[in-house]
Ligand binder design. Structure first.
Ligand SMILES: Cc1cc2nc3c(=O)[nH]c(=O)nc-3n(C[C@H](O)[C@H](O)[C@H](O)COP(=O)(O)OP(=O)(O)OC[C@H]3O[C@@H](n4cnc5c(N)ncnc54)[C@H](O)[C@@H]3O)c2cc1C
Length: 419
């Protein structure tokens, strides 16, 4: 049954009368087939989006998404949901802006409310250097057709009245860059919406299926070993944020990536008080208010490498101290919980969306602290790359080969902690 008739007004009425007990599962849980045309390893937002666009844009539906845990249980369900496209270099700006445009119609496209809220996003400047950097980036963004504004202190105070604009603090705020179309979205909904859309088109989403080996026949891939047996496919995409190096090593590839914990935390819920996203790369904190009322705070990465999905207390202490200096009125709130995810950091703070020297093996990784915003665009270009066996012009610059050619896309300034 198509998604439209499954969720028609009649179906809603029928299920309301039946107290919601007759709803079908939103996606199936099939047994893995022995062979597929393509396998996506990793059931996060990027992997599910890739499968969705493979089916929708390229008609390739004989696809399995293999997820070792549950879909969205990795960074997709652990991030702080900031979406923006104000990156410095043309290559990144085009990719993230393509993604932002997909975000703007994603709820309609998936027929699933991803709660995308374009409440604007402020990047604070605490020094002349920050002001120059933000001004350069805003000009670069405008040249690329991306919305960007610069706010002085008075404008900033009007835009975000609860922000502490006093000048006698450790790191006084001097101004800010604003992307009005930036904002936040509901992370779980993104995973579920893509899963439902992909499943409706025939993709098999297989949870609790860990890939433990990648099989090659000479220079090409032929399949994967999994905790649920051997599955063959001539095309395999590794979309396993945090564990990309581990998976690539199974195929004999060494990646220029480090895995680090990245933490986030939420306060107790309060009434609406903050209607934008505020971030500071200098004092390493950013904050938005969720629709439930919690303040969602994020930090920089823990400096050590780890695969444990948690981080250390000093990062939380530093970020909370910075948040309280920026917003003294938050000082009496309690933190409810904190958690961590493992992010893949590339030397140039840009992702890898690429073919590899091994035929049929594709990579999507290295998003570091900021890949949630790229979920639709990343899946869209990777689906193109898999279907055509060549990159789309949007992801061509993000090839693995840039680490040998030297054509790096240095986005440390625009990526850093500022998601
Ligand atoms: C605390 C935190 C805050 C963040 N905040 C933001 C933000 O505000 N904005 C932003 O843009 N980005 C943010 N990010 C980054 C963002 O979450 C990620 O870049 C993005 O979610 C990556 O999506 P993904 O689908 O590639 O990865 P994931 O959602 O992590 O999916 C990868 C999946 O691969 C699976 N997997 C791993 N190994 C195997 C295996 N051997 N076999 C099968 N499956 C396997 C994992 O279980 C996982 O589900 C944040 C990240 C964290 C941790």
């Amino acid at each position: 049954m198509s998604l439209k008739s499954r969720y028609s007004i009649l179906s809603l009425a029928r299920n309301a009368l039946g107290f919601g007990e007759g709803w079908q599962e939103a996606w199936r849980s099939p047994e893995p087939k022995p062979e597929y045309k393509a396998i996506i390893v990793g059931g996060g937002g990027h992997g599910l989006a890739t499968a969705y666009y493979l089916a929708k844009e390229h008609g390739i539906t004989d696809v399995a998404v293999l997820e070792k845990g549950w879909i969205g249980g990795g960074n997709t369900g652990r991030n702080t949901t900031v979406v923006r496209s104000n990156y410095l270099w043309d290559e990144s700006a085009f990719l993230y802006e393509h993604s932002l445009k997909l975000w703007e119609r994603l709820t309609d496209d998936l027929n699933f409310n991803v709660m995308f809220s374009q409440r604007g996003l402020l990047a604070l400047a605490h020094s002349q250097h920050d002001l120059h950097e933000l001004s350069r980036r805003a000009h670069a963004n405008k040249l690329n057709g991306i919305d960007a504004e610069l706010l002085n202190l008075r404008q900033l105070k009007e835009f975000c009245p609860i922000l502490n604009c006093a000048q006698d603090v450790r790191y006084p705020v001097l101004g800010a860059g604003l992307q009005p179309r930036g904002g936040v979205a509901r992370h779980d909904a993104v995973a579920w919406g893509y899963a439902r859309g992909a499943d409706a088109r025939g993709v098999d989403i297989i949870q609790n299926c860990e890939v433990t080996g990648i099989l090659r026949d000479g220079a090409k891939v032929v399949g994967v070993e999994t905790s649920r047996g051997l599955i063959k496919a001539p095309k395999i995409a590794l979309v396993t944020a945090g564990h990309s190096s581990v998976l690539a090593a199974m195929a004999g590839l060494r990646l220029p990536i480090e895995s680090h914990p990245l933490q986030a935390f939420v306060s107790e819920p309060i009434k609406p008080i903050l209607d934008t996203v505020v971030m500071s790369g200098t004092v390493h904190v950013y904050v938005s208010q969720s629709d439930k009322g919690e303040l969602v705070l994020g930090a920089g990465i823990d400096s050590f490498n780890s695969y444990a999905q948690r981080g250390s207390i000093p990062i939380i202490e530093d970020s909370v101290a910075a948040a309280i200096e920026l917003f003294p009125i938050f000082s009496r709130l309690k933190l409810m919980r904190s958690w961590g995810g493992i992010v893949d950091i590339c030397p140039d703070a840009s992702p890898i969306i690429s073919k590899t020297p091994i035929d049929g093996l594709y990579l999507n990784c290295g998003w570091g602290t900021g890949g949630f915003k790229a979920t639709p665009g990343s899946g869209w270009v990777l689906a193109h790359t898999i279907a055509q066996d060549r990159p789309h012009k949007l992801n061509e610059p993000f090839a693995l080969s840039r680490f040998t050619s030297g054509q790096l896309i240095d986005e440390h300034g625009a990526a850093a902690v500022a998601h």
